[in-house]
Write a protein that binds this ligand. Structure first.
Ligand code: FAD
Length: 378
């Protein structure tokens, strides 16, 4: 029997497990294969929904489903996070003290924001990358009556479009509350343009100009002086704010760092084969790879499609059949019920078009369809 172990029950792990279960239905039935998933939570969160939670457009319960309900029959699922990776023995040890063996393992443990890395940020800034912080941010927004709102970005972070989206959504939020004239939005970005993807930056800067949103580039966050409400950059700029909103820089999960699998929790990963460098039976997908592409759910999804096909082929005929081409697809909410999208891969850069209402409504539909997508059916 071949044992496939999937560590992480988020976007990447779930889509991979379901993809494999469908490709290996017969092998699962006849006991030739076992697929086991270990995760840290019995709930599955639709993280893109946090953006809408932060501006009061949805309620927290809409973010969640039971993880077990999303998995194809035949997949073993345990809420028992991995604490130790013993790669030389093809084993992991979990929090409950159990040991799981594998022939093939896929790691998709995701990433976490790390505001603690910047002095004063936890006390001084609002963010929306977890349920608690998104709710706190919404409460703060509701009591805000005007002034300068600074949106500041650290890298790397998951969801490449979130900084732009929250800025445009805040513009709408304040307009809807009749505060457009009393609020000045000011966006900062660490490199010499407003987004890491050049064509997205070329498209977004004029959109910001149109809406009267100011921006500073080459702004790397150094510290937040929460008492005096000043955001300081490594480049020596001091920015006064009345409300500070941040997309903090991210790290991979602590368990990855603790086990020495990768610096800052990013695991060295082959960009097309998706195996962990130096290991041919360990595969990495989603945010936790060190591949220099967007950390997005769609990245995890397309990687899971590739890995599902390859792992099933390895089980059935001993070799993989395709390579990951770096494909990513991201919607970009632009405010005023408009959105656009960016689609790109290793060879082709994105080319976002003018935003439309149709794309916005497609994104709203996708927010519901996600649960079908997580099952790998879309
Ligand atoms: C505000 C926000 C907006 C976003 N918007 C978009 C968007 O519009 N489009 C888009 O494509 N992406 C978006 N994303 C990014 C997207 O959600 C992530 O990139 C995606 O979830 C990554 O998938 P993953 O499988 O790598 O990790 P995750 O989905 O985070 O899953 C990680 C899993 O690992 C589990 N885990 C953690 N530690 C352990 C352990 N020790 N053992 C076992 N399991 C463990 C967790 O419980 C979880 O189930 C957004 C994210 C945020 C926060």
């Amino acid at each position: 029997m071949k044992k496939i172990l999937i560590v992480g029950g988020g976007m990447g792990g779930t889509i991979l497990a379901n993809n494999l279960a469908r490709r290996l239905t017969n092998e699962l039935k006849t006991g030739k294969v076992r697929i086991t998933m270990l995760s840290a939570s019995e709930k599955h969160m639709y993280q893109p929904g946090l953006l809408y939670l932060a501006v009061g457009k949805i309620t927290p319960d809409e973010l969640y489903r039971d993880q077990a309900s999303l998995l194809e029959p035949g997949i073993e699922f345990f809420v028992d996070p991995v604490e130790e990776f013993k790669l030389d023995n093809n084993q992991v040890k979990t929090k409950s003290g159990k040991t799981f063996d594998y022939d093939y393992m896929a790691i998709a443990t995701g990433s976490r924001m790390f505001p603690e890395g910047i002095p004063g940020m936890v006390e001084g800034a609002e963010t929306f990358y977890t349920e608690d912080t998104a709710l706190k941010m919404f409460k703060r927004l509701q009591s805000f009556e005007g002034g300068k709102v600074v949106i500041t970005v650290g890298v790397p972070h998951k969801c490449p479009m979130a900084p732009l989206e929250i800025t445009f959504m805040l513009h709408d939020y304040f307009k809807d509350r009749g505060l457009a004239d009393k609020v000045q939005l000011h966006y900062t970005y660490p490199i010499g343009r407003v987004h890491s993807l050049e064509n997205v930056a070329k498209w977004a800067a004029p959109e910001m100009d149109k809406l009267g949103i100011k921006y500073d580039t080459f702004f790397n966050i150094k510290e937040v002086d929460a008492k005096n409400k000043i955001l300081r950059s490594e480049e020596g700029v001091d920015l006064k704010y009345d409300l500070l909103i941040t997309i903090p820089s991210h790290k991979g999960m602590e368990v990855v760092e603790k086990n020495g699998l990768g610096q800052n929790g990013w695991i060295p990963t082959n960009r097309t084969k998706l195996n962990m460098e130096g290991r041919d039976n360990v595969f990495i997908l989603g945010d936790t790879t060190n591949i220099p592409i967007s950390k997005a759910g769609s990245t995890a999804h397309f990687e899971a499609d590739t890995l599902g096909e390859n792992l099933a082929a390895i089980v059935k005929m001993g070799m993989p059949v395709r390579e990951y081409d770096g494909k990513v697809f991201c919607f970009i909410e632009c405010g005023k019920d408009r959105a656009t999208y960016a689609m790109f891969d290793y060879k082709n850069p994105p080319d976002p078009k003018a935003p439309t209402k149709a794309v916005h409504w497609f994104k709203m539909a996708y927010n519901k369809l996600y649960w079908i997508s997580a099952r790998g059916l879309l």
